[in-house]
Design a protein around this ligand. Structure first.
Ligand code: RAM
Length: 348
């Protein structure tokens, strides 16, 4: 009896020692301390066939490799909430650990996100968030920079191109997208205040927005609709990579004099910047945005990051802090002109 007990204790001690050494080894063995390896992560863009999200996913996959996660890029081909919901349901059924998502619709996907959360899936929004009132549906939002910085910068680019005079229209992605709405809201009063000789084509900013649904054909149609309705429009701001590219292509085809600016991928906009169709566009690095979102999600899953206001996390060499709204920002956007597009177009 005594012998048996001793053996058991010895066996237990051995197991204990093994566990202890395994624990001690974890940080060195893990790809990144503070994140569990082997996570199954879904990377869901507004739409898979958008070059911006191809770049975003590139950064996400880089982070996935570093943290030893298995990441799948999945989502709809049209940037709508209902289309995304079908894929969120898949993520739930297929028992993913983490969902990193750019919300095509700030409200329509919220019930599905809540279901996913209840199923134990850690959710991080990136690029486009859910509505502020539904912020509890995700752990944190990883966004490019403060919305007013992005919105007002675009107004400045439009004013610069149009000589600070004339009327301005907006060619947006969708009325359901939180990122678009936040930027447009910041543009409205800023143009009126800063540029006394400029105005919104429809009188107010809200009446000056046309929606191309982040679809090339629809965006081209809407560009044409702006010119038909407001023939002397001085500038069009397209705060979407799909919209601004469609606008540049159509401006060139129609030899239209309207100035075009907005948020564009340097790789897609290069030909139109180089030939002078467009003077300037701007954008952050979507690769970084995807990268940082995966780190935030991996740490949230391991509970080494809470997502609470004031908390912070590390992604690569940088540390990001969560501010009001449960948001961590990347930094200011870059601008692209003839002088630097050659470098940026090779990156994203
Ligand atoms: C489009 C999408 C995306 C936005 C960029 C600037 O690709 O609408 O959400 O962040 O443009």
């Amino acid at each position: 009896m005594q012998k048996k007990y001793t053996r058991l204790v010895a066996a237990a001690a051995l197991v204990g020692a093994l566990v202890a050494s395994a624990t001690a080894l974890t940080p060195a063995n893990a790809a990144v301390p503070g994140i569990k390896t082997g996570l199954k992560i879904a990377i869901m863009p507004k739409a898979v066939n958008n070059g911006y999200f191809t770049a975003w996913n590139k950064g996400a996959q880089k982070a996935c490799k570093e943290i030893g996660a298995k990441c799948t890029y999945l989502g709809p081909t049209e940037a709508t909430g209902p289309a995304q919901v079908q894929f969120i349901n898949k993520v739930i059924q297929q028992r993913y650990d983490v969902l990193v998502i750019s919300a095509a619709d700030q409200n329509a996907i919220v019930p599905s996100l809540k279901k996913a959360k209840a199923a134990g899936i850690t959710i991080v929004t990136s690029d486009a968030d859910v509505a502020a009132a539904s912020a509890s549906a995700r752990t944190v939002a990883i966004l490019p920079s403060a919305s007013d910085r992005i919105g007002t910068a675009e107004v400045d680019w439009a004013a610069e191109a149009a000589g600070s005079k004339g009327s301005v229209a907006i060619l947006s992605a969708a009325a359901t997208a939180a990122n678009q709405n936040a930027w447009i809201a910041a543009m409205g009063p800023y143009l009126t205040k800063k540029y006394p000789n400029m105005k919104w084509v429809g009188g107010t900013v809200d009446k000056s927005v046309f929606y191309g649904n982040d679809d090339a054909t629809k965006s081209t149609e809407q560009f044409d609709a702006i010119l038909a309705q407001y023939p002397d429009v001085a500038a069009i701001i397209a705060p979407t990579t799909v919209g601004v590219l469609a606008a540049a292509i159509e401006k060139k085809a129609k030899k239209a004099s309207v100035k075009v600016t907005g948020l564009g991928l340097p790789s897609q906009m290069a030909p139109y910047i180089e030939d002078g169709t467009v003077e300037k566009v701007g954008l952050w690095n979507p690769i970084d945005l995807g990268y940082v979102a995966v780190y935030a999600a991996g740490r949230a899953k391991a509970k080494t990051f809470t997502g609470k206001i004031g908390s912070s996390f590390k992604a690569g060499t940088k540390t990001y802090k969560v501010v009001t709204g449960g948001i961590a920002y990347l930094g200011d956007p870059f601008t692209f002109t003839k002088s630097n597009i050659a470098t940026f177009k090779t990156i994203y």
